[in-house]
Each structure stands twice: as C-alpha cells, then as structure tokens.
Design a protein around this ligand. Structure first.
Ligand code: OGA
Ligand code: MN
Length: 218
C-alpha cells in the first residue's frame, strides 16, 4: 500500500503574505511577528553564532565602489554576505520563504522584484547603525528592504530597536520596532530613513533587499 504523503508545509502562510503586501501598499512598510517559526529562527541563530565564532564576519562598510569604507561612527555591526548558491539548510528555508513572499508582493503591487541579496548581521553590545537610507547611487535596484530578527529572547531594555522615520528626511514622527526573533520587517528602501539604536545585548538578524532588474544609471 502506498504511504500517504506528508502534508506540504507552506513556507509562508498566505494570510501573512497578504497582510505584508497590504501594509506595503497602504503605509510603505510592514512588521509581522512569526514570519518564521521559533525552531527555524533558533536554527538560524545557532548557525549564525557558529559562523561568528569561526571568525567569518567582517566589519560592515558604508558607501559603494571606491568610496566603500569602514566608518565605525556610523555603523559598528559585523556582517557576512550570503552566497545564494551556497546556503545552509536553515538559510535555504528562509530564502524559499522570501521567494514565496516576493512572488506574492509582485502579484499585489506589480513591483517587478526579481531577486534578493542579503547578509547576516551581528551587533555586539554597544554597537549601532546611525540614521541612513538604503538606496545609494550605485544600488538603485534595491526596492524593498527585508530584515528578519533572530533574537529569540529579546526583551525591552536589550536595545537595538529599529527606528523607522515615517516622513522622509524629517526627524519625526518615527516608530521603534523591536528586534524580536521571527519578526520580519519590510519597507520601501528609497522612502524610509532608519537607524539601529545601540544594542545592549548581542543582536542577530538577516538583512537584505529585493531588487528589480538593473537599469541604466544616469
Ligand atoms: C541595514 C539596516 C536595520 C536592522 O543593515 O541597512 O538598516 O534593523 N538594518 O537591522
Ligand atoms: Mn538600512
């Protein structure tokens, strides 16, 4: 007799994709808890800490091309770029979930997102990323920023909130988003200035960008 096939586990609950797409259309940003389940977040966090212990992370830089430089007054996190062709199993699950979400967002918004690039990030206690915007002259393909937090036990007082400025270059109003494990934040990369407030405990995340096909640069 044939074995019944195991139930297919949808990588992203469809209603979560709907609420993210709706929020992007309505407000330009979305913050959803539980994008990945706690065991999946835990697996990503454990692996990220192993890579950190192995010395795989580098000081993050700012700018692009010849202007790229370390600038610890602006950002002091450490990062490790992901190679989308050489992912671990937990990373692959996350990227599959992001790809399902990408297709859903495309259907809802016609943004034409074609792929995603990103890195692991680790903020040791005392580190931060000052107010900035993610799109610069040489990276206009970046349309939508995604951040998945990997801190299973984040509590108020641990710091490292993401401050999102809601009115262009104005300093107010803003909202502070808590970097709780499993929460996914997405926002239009060219619209929102944002910063990472100083972390008081080690803060882990996967940050990346959905991109459109590269166009001519003027
Ligand atoms: C970034 C960034 C925000 C966060 O890496 O560009 O703004 O909450 N990260 O980690
Ligand atoms: Mn940023």
């Amino acid at each position: 007799m044939r074995q019944p096939s195991p139930p297919v586990q949808h990588p992203v609950q469809p209603d979560l994709s709907d609420s993210i797409a709706d929020a992007l259309i309505e407000k330009g940003y979305a913050c959803v808890p539980g994008f990945l389940s706690p065991p999946r977040v835990q697996a990503l966090a454990a692996e990220t800490l192993r890579l950190w212990d192995d010395g795989e992370f580098q000081f993050a830089r700012i700018g692009s091309g010849p202007n790229r430089q370390r600038c610890p007054q602006v950002r002091s996190d450490r990062i490790l770029w992901l190679d989308n062709d050489q992912l671990s199993a937990p990373q692959q699950i996350y990227l599959d979930a992001l790809d399902t979400l990408r297709q859903h967002i495309n259907r809802a918004t016609m943004m034409g997102l074609v792929d995603w690039e990103g890195h692991l990030a680790l903020y040791p206690p005392g580190t931060f990323y000052k107010r900035h915007i993610d799109v610069f002259a040489n990276a206009r393909e970046r349309q939508l920023t995604t951040i998945l937090y990997l801190n299973p036990n984040w509590r108020p007082g641990d710091g490292g909130e993401l401050r999102l400025y809601l009115d262009g270059a104005e300093m107010e109003p803003y909202i502070d988003l808590e970097p709780r494990g499993g929460t996914l934040v997405t926002f239009l990369s060219s619209r929102f200035y944002h910063e990472v407030l100083p972390a008081h405990t080690e803060r882990l995340s996967i940050t990346g960008w959905y991109r459109v096909r590269s166009t001519r640069h003027f």
